[in-house]
Design a protein around this ligand. Sequence first.
Ligand code: PGH
Ligand code: CA
Ligand code: ZN
Length: 309
Amino acid sequence: MALVTTTEMFKKALNSDYAVGAFNVNNMEIIQGIVDAAIEENAPLILQVSAGARKYARSIYLTKLVEAAVEDTGLDIALHLDHGEDFDICKKCVDDGFTSVMIDGSKHPFEENIKMTKEVVDYAHDHGVVVEAELGRLAGVEDNINVDERSATFTDPQEAKEFVERTGVDSLAVAIGTSHGAYKFKGTPYLDFERLDEIHKLIPEIPLVLHGASTVIPEFVDKCNKYGGNIPGAQGVPEDMIREAVKHGVCKVNIDTDIRLAMTAEIRKFLVENPEVFDPRKYLGPARDAVKGMVSHKIRDVLGASNKR
Ligand code: PGH
Ligand code: CA
Ligand code: ZN
């Protein structure tokens, strides 16, 4: 039992037909719900923490909670920094015991992205930590993509090859049409699988990462709205599209929004139905169960990662 890097997890996933779930965490109940699901499904697991989550929870609390999960359950878990924006935060996380960090230089010009990524790779590898980088920009919901804009923002396959060769990065996040949050598409969902395929064929040994991969599960959106929420028109990546992406080299699938929705739906429902209750355990407990149920479903039915530990 230990905090482990993603190296072994990705090696197995790359040569097989499943992907490892990477779930964003920022408190105890979320961590426990996810870990319980991974145990139940006997699945490999990445817990990831953003800079915002580190700030919210105060970084040491999250690290210690994840260490507690490892000690409590005997599960191998990779602890990953999500969207590190510069060398400093990546270094801090390496020094804090993270086993994997993401340097997200995707908003910078190509050469600058390479330079930043290389610097993080050098430091992280010296300390036995693996690195994810990103190339191309995730589409926002306002970017109603036409073909020209697509090639301007989506990951260019040839650039991806050059990027990986020059940085020595361990895995690569690609932009093929997903975006963060609960409003990913205005009309029909679209992902550029041809592009994904081309990238995978050019760098077959590099595990690809799909950000913005929440499905924005309608059941949870409806439940939020039914119990006083106001999130109309939310739409994510259909589950079938995630399954398709996993067939084309995607080894890590990032999920944050679906956790937020599962939790909030449950808390909203509980508080509306039990107005006399004010013990946080009474609603955070069911919220934890809801996270577990949702994550089990993802691992089993979407990522195909059950019994792949
Ligand atoms: C993600 C999560 N985290 O890095 O990419 O994306 O908003 O789709 O959960 P979602
Ligand atoms: Ca695979
Ligand atoms: Zn992301």
